[in-house]
Design a protein around this ligand. Structure first.
Ligand code: AMP
Ligand code: MN
Ligand code: MN
Ligand code: MN
Length: 283
């Protein structure tokens, strides 16, 4: 039986394909009872998604996926049950989005130097009112016929050492955890299996995250394979962290998983939603 909760997905407010309302309707059709919207560095879709979810009788949880720099690497920290009106968090994310615009101009310059023009305008046009991410550049390169698919764009252009990559400095881990917690939320390490940290750094991250007040890691995510579900269930146990679950859905045909298909947490995990009012519908 697939899980009926999904605590990680994206709308057009960041790099998802569906508007907040469309995303909620889709999640409902897929049989979900509880969902969190976790756009990158932006809480602007939460109020809209909540209204849509309430109309359908679904439980909605405020979320955000914050870009963080830790030891010169980019990590993603999901905040669940954050307060979108909490000014320090809201203001900081506005600054992060400003930084994203500056980064986008540098990415475009890199691609320009590699012989591909019009990327900034192209990526911004695809992003619309939402933030500009590498996904939007990738979509532009595919739509303009430069590269055959998104996966290839990332490999050839958008990762470390390639012309469209910028070593951007995001907010420190400690600040993200503190802002999430101070707003009333719970900090979760997103897709820990994706960072390629090696055992020593992985353990160091888990320890530091826990010491700073982090509470959970994603165990079941569209970014992990089933052996990693077991691996990260063990790590959660070892570091006294709770476990989260989410598809990381971005849209049909995009990378990561569709909603409503992901399996439940391994039984040895403590769910991050344990004791939450919104999750009573799951029992
Ligand atoms: P950004 O936060 O602007 O660096 O963009 C990161 C986003 O790009 C991630 O959240 C994913 O949605 C997407 N992404 C990163 N790597 C890949 C990849 N290899 N293939 C497809 N999408 C990717
Ligand atoms: Mn994304
Ligand atoms: Mn992520
Ligand atoms: Mn995500």
């Amino acid at each position: 039986m697939p899980a009926t909760i999904d605590l990680h997905c994206h709308s057009t407010i960041s790099d998802g394909m569906y508007s907040p309302e469309e995303l909620v309707a889709y999640a409902y059709e897929q049989g979900l009872k509880v969902m969190a919207l976790t756009d990158h560095d932006d809480m602007g879709g939460l109020a809209r998604a909540r209204v849509a979810a309430e109309q359908l009788g679904m439980q909605f949880i405020n979320g955000v996926e914050i870009s963080v720099t830790w030891k010169n690497r980019t990590l993603h920290i999901v905040g669940l049950k954050v307060n979108p009106e909490f000014a320090p968090l809201k203001d900081k994310l506005a600054t992060v989005r400003q930084g994203r615009l500056e980064r986008a101009a540098i990415i475009a310059k890199g691609l320009e130097d590699a012989g591909i023009s019009g990327c900034l305008e192209g990526a911004k046009a695809i992003a619309g009112a939402g933030i500009v991410t590498r996904s939007h550049f990738a979509r532009y390169l595919v739509e303009a016929g430069h590269v055959k698919d998104i996966k290839t764009v990332f490999k050839k252009y958008m990762v470390k050492g390639k012309p469209g990559f910028v070593n951007h400095v995001w907010m420190p881990l400690e600040e993200a955890i503190t802002l999430i917690k101070d707003s009333g939320g719970t900090a979760v390490i997103a897709h820990p299996g994706r960072y390629d940290l090696g055992r020593t750094n992985l353990h160091l991250l888990m320890h530091e995250f826990r010491m700073l007040g982090g509470e959970a890691i994603e165990v079941v995510t569209g970014s992990h394979n089933p052996p990693q579900y077991q691996q990260f269930a063990m790590i959660a146990h070892r570091f006294s962290l709770k476990a989260s679950l989410g598809s990381d859905f971005h849209g049909p045909g995009m990378s990561f998983m569709p909603m409503g298909r992901i399996q439940d947490l391994p039984t040895n995990c403590v769910p991050v939603w344990q004791g939450w009012e919104e999750a009573k519908a799951l029992n």
